[in-house]
Write a protein that binds this ligand. Sequence first.
Ligand code: IPM
Ligand code: MG
Length: 350
Amino acid sequence: MKICVLPGDGIGPEIVAQALRVLRALDLKLETEEALLGGCAVDATGSPYPEATQKLAQQADAVLLGAVGGPQWDSNPREQRPERGLLGIRKHLNLFANLRPAVLYDELANASTLKPEVVAGLDILIIRELTGDIYFGQPRGIEVRDGQRVGTNTMVYSESEIRRIARVAFAAARKRRGKLCSVDKMNVLECTQLWRDVVIETAKEFADVELSHMLVDNAAMQLVRNPKQFDVMVTGNMFGDILSDEASMLTGSIGMLPSASLDENNKGLYEPCHGSAPDIAGKGIANPLATILSAAMMLRYTFGDEPAAIRIEQAVKKVLASGFRTVDIYEPGMKKVGTREMGDAVLAAL
Ligand code: IPM
Ligand code: MG
């Protein structure tokens, strides 16, 4: 198993180090090679997704990513910003299917800002299309028209792009509780009318899955009103970006949420849903669990090793049950630990 490791910026290197310790402890045949992505890559090479990284990422079976970004690069020209590196690798590797599970561990029911009875037992999967939509649509830019600046982005989806992400979502729902909710804004946006039409057409291939549709504004409300009504949600790139952050908070901490971004052949990039947290970088206090759980997703989706994935997930559960908490999920009476100690605890539980 060839893994391209991209620690990235901020807390990225700290949390990736712990995920690698966990992977190595499993005695799998792993080959890892590190490369630069994001701000560190800009500093070293001038590009956020340098050619050496492109080559390595393309040759690998899977990519493990920490996080990219930081305030020191925010005023760079767009092509030299860390985020451009992330969008670049997603597009380059054709990682169109982004899986973001939001699972609430019983031990963390009090960490959520929502009432425990609203979120207890929560287990939803957001599937976000990742290589299209307004993120990549043309035309785009800022130009001067009639003496004033005008900004443009374009929301665009082809039916083949919609169909392939819909198929991923239906297949995922089939393996879970059999319910799929497709999120769009068809009352206003033609692009998402097409989205809804194509999802309905695709449903014919998955008669056993119960399909529903929701407008994105209502979906945002329903996620905090009654999140347990959802099993799998599927939506476009921009709506998925927003809804997945919202869903993460149902679970108490964005520091717990892993993600997988897959191509048509289950090659994948695995990263925590959270960012590079520059304010706590280098302090050894970041929560490594989302990255460790991303490594579990890698074993499940790219390497087809369900038992190893479950082993990691069970170890994380055990660690939480034993009271270990990083500062983001800390409650009085628990054992406050740093990044490496949390890694130690997961290793011990394995
Ligand atoms: C995410 C992030 C990225 C996105 C940023 C960092 C470009 O918010 O993965 O959700 O918008 O896709
Ligand atoms: Mg986001």
